[in-house]
Structures are given as C-alpha cells and as structure tokens.
Design a protein around this ligand. Structure first.
Ligand code: MG
Length: 170
C-alpha cells in the first residue's frame, strides 16, 4: 500500500516534582520543579516520539525504549528521536511537519519555544520551519492547572523520503 503520507498523534504526561531538572524539547529550563521519569522525562519529546512511531506504524515509545531498561536512565529524550528518525528513514519516511502543544500552568515557556524547535529539528535532521511548538495553560483547571504535572501533544505528517514513491513495506 503506497500511501503518499501518514499522520501520527502523541500524548504524554509527567508529574512535576522537586529535585529534578525541567527539560522540555531538550531545553533545560530554570525552575524549582522538574518532571519525574526514568529518562530525562522530556514530555514534549516523548509526545513527538509517540507521534512519529505511530505514523510509521512502529508502536510506541515504551515498546522501543522500555523504562525497565537501565540503559535509558537519565538519557536525553532527543536520543530517542534520533533513533526513531533512523527507523523511519529505513522504512522510507521523513518528517513532513510536526506540531506540538505543551500544557503547563507554570513556568511561562514562550522564551524557550524557539530553542525547543531547533533541538527537535536537529534531532530529526530536518529544517526548523517544519517544526512548530506551542504552549498553553489550562486557566488553572485540572492537573496542569494545579501544577501537578505537564502534558504534551504532538501531531506529525510523514512523507516519503525523496526518491521513494510510497514507503516499501507499509
Ligand atoms: Mg513519557
């Protein structure tokens, strides 16, 4: 089945705790709380990873990089994205575009968005203009509003690698 493109959706949540760095889109953001998790708990990169894996028909992040594996303890989640980009490419797909949303009451993230986009573009070996990241609050509602955690959504479009007309094996 030679599809001209494929889409994927990713969603992730991590809880905010003391004593952890706050890393979003590979950017280390100065803040008294950080995200709990086995890796660097970069919730945006995890949502992006799941969106990419979903679009490529490759399952999800936990299947490829189980948090029971000590090799992934504290690892930069950008590493996951680099690995997933290679898996996608080997199946003939590259990123068309990516749109992500961070849901956080605090801290304000606007100043870091451009750096997140640059990091994601670097890990995915694509042009930053294919990457868009947004941030929103929930107006104080729910777990993000209570500052218990941060959520992220991502959608991606994959397109055939140049020269590939539809990905083989999909
Ligand atoms: Mg996660």
């Amino acid at each position: 089945m030679n599809l001209p493109f494929r889409t994927g959706l990713g969603y992730d949540v991590h809880s905010l705790v003391p004593g952890r760095p706050l890393i979003l889109g590979g950017v280390d953001i100065p803040y008294p709380l950080g995200l709990a998790g086995h890796s660097d708990a970069d919730v945006l990169s995890h949502a992006v990873a799941d969106a990419l894996l979903g679009a490529a028909g490759l399952g999800d992040l936990g299947r490829h990089f189980p948090d029971s594996d000590p090799a992934y303890r504290g690892i930069s989640s950008l590493w996951f994205l680099r690995d997933i980009r290679e898996k996608m490419a080997s199946r003939g797909w590259v990123l068309g575009n990516l749109d992500g949303v961070l849901v956080a009451q605090k801290p304000r993230l606007a100043a870091y968005i451009e750096a997140m986009e640059a990091n994601l573009a670097g890990a995915l070996e694509t042009d930053p203009d294919r990457i868009n990241v947004k941030a929103t609050t929930t107006e104080g509602l729910g777990f993000p509003g209570r500052e218990e955690g941060i959520a992220a959504y991502a959608v991606v479009l994959l397109v055939p690698r140049e020269g590939d007309h539809g990905a083989a094996g999909l």
